[in-house]
Ligand binder design. Structure first.
Ligand code: PLP
Length: 434
């Protein structure tokens, strides 16, 4: 049997394994619902980026982990020990990263609406780079940096007008994004001019982010083409040569068998080739390159375990297996109809002869994890249900809807396991209530 990722298998007892460990035993030891994270896989994914970067890009180039994909302290310890930087999008993420001991000089602070309090907090914690979104923000950063007598490094978020899924050269859908300043409207040039006039803001370069779950051949080549032309243009107009180009995140991962394989090391090699050729033709030096992978670092390092409750067969209609979690720990089906590979982890040797809808336990008809999942008709209350590839945008998007405590996050490492985030208690859920 082939699985979406090679860290998934089946043992002699017919039980699904993750990172070589029995899902039934892990469920027994830690309880369900449960997030599992394969630490070795996270490290392997980090190394793919770090090695490709040192092979192909100028010195100082660095992959940054996009914390919004999966944010808790242990993740930052892992990615910083793998020599990655990070991208943070809120004061809460800055707090988590810096409390975990992350070198904040390697942190890039995003967001289209940083509050004054965020700007102060980020400077308090020594965030290396702000990725500024708009003119008001540049002025607010300038004012705060001036008050502190410091010079704050910034990148400007630019909208290159590239749609990663449609191949249109300039798509209005992208130019009218809530993020960044568009090249097409002249606003990217205006914010560059404004930034260069500030005394306490140092323009370190430019940033763009074109999308997520990207598989298309040449999205990063097209984005870097447009951005390098912009860099050359700013050099011609203002005599300003950007030192850094940050291409954002977005490489896709396999959720189901029909998703293509993506060889990220090769992809980065060809992006680097395109960048070098473009810089030669524009006669500019190759800038330091950053990328911000989130999903492709953590998604396939995650699996969620549930315990089946009721198995409801509605003759002539459909079958439901209800689980002891749902949209509170994984809102992605409810939000985006996301695909997942799901299994009855307890019965991998039995024929999957019925199709079920996996339903969560929340009071919402839309609280579903997946439709049309093949499962043995012997499936019953107490079986362990596994949902694969849940390492990204699951824990980080979880909620306490219906006052359901969040599951624990357990890390699997070289045959052993440890708790990285404790399971919430009812006391935790009600902790702020007066
Ligand atoms: C979401 C996001 C990322 C990470 O995207 P992935 O698809 O998880 O790799 C990186 N940079 C920015 C600015 C983002 O908004």
């Amino acid at each position: 049997m082939a699985f979406v990722c090679e860290n998934i298998s089946v043992n002699e007892e017919g039980v699904l394994t993750f990172a070589g460990q029995s899902t039934e035993e892990l469920a027994r030891q830690y309880g369900t619902p449960l997030y599992l994270m394969d630490e070795d896989r996270i490290r392997q994914n980090c190394r793919t980026y770090v090695n490709a970067f040192s092979e192909h890009f100028p010195e100082g180039s660095m992959p940054l982990f996009a914390g919004k994909a999966c944010c808790f302290k242990q993740i930052y310890r892992i990615i910083s020990s793998e020599n990655m930087g990070c991208d943070v999008v809120s004061s809460g993420e800055i707090f988590t990263a810096s409390e975990a001991g992350m070198d904040m000089e390697k942190a890039f602070f995003h967001g289209n609406n940083k509050t004054d309090a965020d700007i102060k907090f980020a400077m308090d914690r020594g965030v290396g780079y702000f990725v500024a979104d708009n003119e008001e923000e540049i002025l607010a950063i300038e004012a705060e940096a001036a008050a502190r007598g410091i010079v704050q490094k910034v990148l400007l978020r630019i909208t290159p007008g590239i749609d990663p899924h449609t191949y249109e050269a300039v798509s209005t859908g992208k130019v009218d994004s809530k993020f960044g300043q568009a090249i097409a409207t002249g606003q990217a040039e205006e914010i560059t001019a404004l930034t260069l006039r500030q005394e306490h803001v140092e323009l370190a370069g430019f940033h763009c982010h074109v999308g997520s779950q990207v598989f298309a051949e040449d999205v990063f080549e097209r984005a870097s083409d447009v951005m390098l032309e912009f860099i050359a243009d700013m050099n011609a107009k203002f005599g300003y040569m950007a030192g850094c180009l940050n291409l954002g995140g977005g490489y896709g991962v396999r959720y189901v068998d029909s998703d293509p394989y993506l060889y990220i090391a090769e992809k980065i090699g060809s992006v680097a080739g395109a960048i070098k050729r473009k810089c030669e033709s524009l006669d500019i030096p190759v800038p330091v390159i950053c990328m911000e992978p989130g999903r492709s670092i953590v998604a396939d390092a995650g699996m969620t375990l549930y315990t089946a409750g009721s198995v409801k067969k509605i003759p002539g209609y459909k079958n439901y297996v209800s689980v002891d979690g749902g949209m509170t720990d994984n809102p992605r089906y409810a939000l985006y109809k996301s695909s997942y590979s799901c299994y009855n982890a307890s019965r991998m040797n039995e024929e999957a002869d019925m199709e079920v809808t996996i339903g969560g336990r929340c009071c919402e008809s839309g609280d579903l994890i997946q439709l049309d999942v093949p499962m043995p008709s012997s499936t019953e209350r107490g079986d362990i249900i596994a949902v694969c590839t849940t390492g990204a945008y699951n824990y980080s998007m979880s909620s306490n809807y219906n006052r359901i405590p969040r599951p624990a996050v357990v890390m699997l490492k070289s045959g052993s396991s440890y708790v990285a985030v404790r399971r919430e208690t009812f006391e935790d859920v009600a902790a702020q209530d007066i």
